[in-house]
Design a protein around this ligand. Structure first.
Ligand code: FRU
Length: 567
């Protein structure tokens, strides 16, 4: 292993930010890179770059022979910056880590390269919140060290000092995470004695090492019935999730392995095990596994299995794989530990390894999904499936935007101008009329679509549409012009209920992010969006058949991220 120097705090981050210049001009082609012009991104010194990638997503800034990329702050950095989704001030962010409620605040740690808008030199960034929506930045909590980068992991509240690592009678946060070098990935334990602000590795590390360079992303829960800590951790290339038990968080005994099971993919990553309530009573265990690349929509995807867990083995109820998303920008889902009221709440990285390092922002890249409350629900076909809903979002609603429309005749539309630079929530349910009888053969597929259009006068359109004939929903981001890349595909779709001309949807549009919750949250689509110009109107259209609108609410959402944004 080539040893790297311990990173010295944020001096290079400051250097990065001071290199930033404010761009001028409009969006899109006019994103002029203003003086002082492109500046080389900080790179790991020669001889310290990785000899080989250690994951399915090598860092371009860190590869031998890679070209240094310019890092400047442009107007697009503010234009695309979400106002209600967490994103880092600068640098590159991927997976959420260490999601825990410590009894008073929520912690969000995250995979973070503070030096450049590319993956590499991974530290744990940190933010805290009282409500999971409004976040305060905190100093980096875990550094890259000569032992490796600080890859994904979890944090638990060791309330009883079962680790024996805290002073007599005291409790504290314990992080379990992967230290990664090109040759080795092993599990480390670090404790925090300052309420989660910083962690220090214990001398006994690694606490779990199987001599593999593809063994990562531990998540630990306390399993009440067996009174032990249980870890799930990915043997990534073997497509297996290993289960371990411990009573002190420091000594781990192998229990069982789950898999290979599910999508082929390349790497299995970020496993998460959680008990989730079933609507109407009872609960089941759910095992989430992120797969990259190899998702059916391309690149990164999170799959899940519903089953039982007896303290040592996870047994799926059937051979069905669920996907948390029908689009492609929700990855590395992690569940909150120690949630008040035992709610099942998750946050995922709102990104995809296929293009996350090429997005049209320059000084920052990466954001998180909204926190999502999870339940299990029997769908109309009887399958027990994950339902997701943005948690607490109503508290950010400002006065509704006046927009009334109860009925659209076939071919009619209704529109409303949108306020610029604010996040919007749309809540809508509608029923598309029965198709007219005696249609010529071949026309049945066009017998009723309800289309939600967010557009502008430059011809850019984002559409979310419901096809009543087939009971399917689509998202189409292809007519937005701010970012083109072969993997940045345009259309995604999901079935809703068969033979049902009614649909319901709740969506949040926030700068470069779209989250769609349809069918009461059984179908969720998360998509990055890069319009070249602001989307200035919302239009509802009925094509082929008329539609009755039962619910229509359009809200501005209060900005909670203290960042430079479009407004
Ligand atoms: C998932 C992942 C993890 C790894 C981390 C590195 O996106 O590849 O498996 O720990 O990112 O940043």
């Amino acid at each position: 292993m080539t040893e790297r120097p311990v990173s010295t705090g944020l001096s290079r981050r400051r250097a990065l930010v001071s290199l930033a210049a404010t761009g001028g001009g409009l969006m899109g082609a006019a994103f002029a890179q203003a003086a002082p012009g492109p500046v080389a991104a900080p790179r790991a010194p020669e001889g310290e770059r990785k000899a080989e990638p250690n994951a399915s997503h090598p860092s371009p800034a860190d590869q031998p022979g890679a070209t240094a990329h310019p890092v400047i702050r442009t107007q697009s950095d503010a234009f695309y910056r979400p106002t209600v989704h967490y994103s880092p001030e600068s640098g590159f962010m991927n997976d959420p880590n260490g999601l825990v409620h410590d009894g008073s605040v929520y912690h969000l740690y995250y995979q973070y390269d503070p030096f450049a808008p590319y993956a590499g030199h991974v530290h744990w960034g940190h933010a805290t919140s009282k409500d999971l929506l409004s976040w305060q930045d905190q100093p980096i909590a875990i550094n890259e060290t000569p032992a490796g980068e600080a890859f994904t992991g979890c944090a638990v509240l060791d309330a009883q000092n079962s680790s024996g690592l805290f002073k007599e009678g005291q409790s504290g946060l314990v992080a379990l995470y992967t230290r990664a070098t090109p040759k080795k990935q092993s599990q480390y334990l670090a404790i925090s004695e300052d309420g989660g602000q910083s962690f220090h590795d214990i001398a006994q590390n690694p606490v779990l090492d199987i001599g593999s360079n593809s063994f990562r992303d531990p998540q630990v829960i306390f399993h009440e019935p067996t009174r032990q800590w249980v870890m799930v951790v990915a043997k990534s290339r073997l497509h297996q999730i290993a289960f371990y038990a411990s009573i002190d968080l420091r000594h781990w005994v192998h229990l069982s392995d789950f898999g290979p099971s599910g999508l082929y993919g390349v790497d299995y990553e970020c496993p998460n095990l959680i008990e989730i309530p079933v609507e109407g009573g009872g609960s089941r265990w759910v095992l989430f596994i992120s797969v990259n690349p190899g998702g059916p929509t391309g690149g990164s995807i999170t799959q899940y299995f519903v089953g039982s867990f007896d303290g040592s083995r996870f047994t799926p109820d059937d051979t069905v794989i669920g996907l948390t998303d029908f689009a492609k920008d929700a990855y590395a889902l992690q569940c909150y530990q120690n949630m008040p009221g035992k709610q099942a709440v998750s946050i995922a990285w709102l990104g995809n390894w296929q293009y996350c390092q090429e997005l049209p922002t320059q000084s920052w890249r990466g954001c998180m999904t909204l926190p999502r409350l999870m339940t299990l629900r029997h769908d109309s076909a009887g399958w027990l499936r994950l339902a997701q809903a943005p948690r607490g979002l109503e508290t950010l609603r400002e006065a509704p935007i006046a927009f009334t429309c109860q009925r659209l005749a076939a071919g009619a539309s209704a529109s409303v101008p949108l306020p610029p630079g604010v996040a919007l929530e749309l809540v809508l349910s509608a029923t598309v009329d029965q198709m007219p009888p005696n249609l010529p053969l071949g026309d049945k597929g066009r017998t009723g679509r309800f289309v939600i259009v967010f557009g502008n006068d430059m011809g850019e359109n984002l559409t979310i549409g419901f096809d009543a004939f087939s009971g399917q929903l689509w998202i189409d981001r292809a007519d937005l012009n701010g970012f083109k890349q072969p993997f940045f595909t345009g259309q995604f779709s999901t079935p809703l209920n068969a033979d049902d001309r009614h649909f319901d949807i709740r969506l949040v549009l926030d700068a470069c992010t779209l989250e769609v919750f349809a069918n009461g949250g059984l179908s969720v689509g998360t998509a990055l969006l890069f319009p070249a110009n602001p989307l200035s109107f919302l239009k509802l259209e009925a094509t082929g058949a008329g539609a009755s609108i039962e619910t229509l609410g359009l809200y501005r959402l209060r900005k909670v991220m203290p960042r430079e944004t479009a407004l």
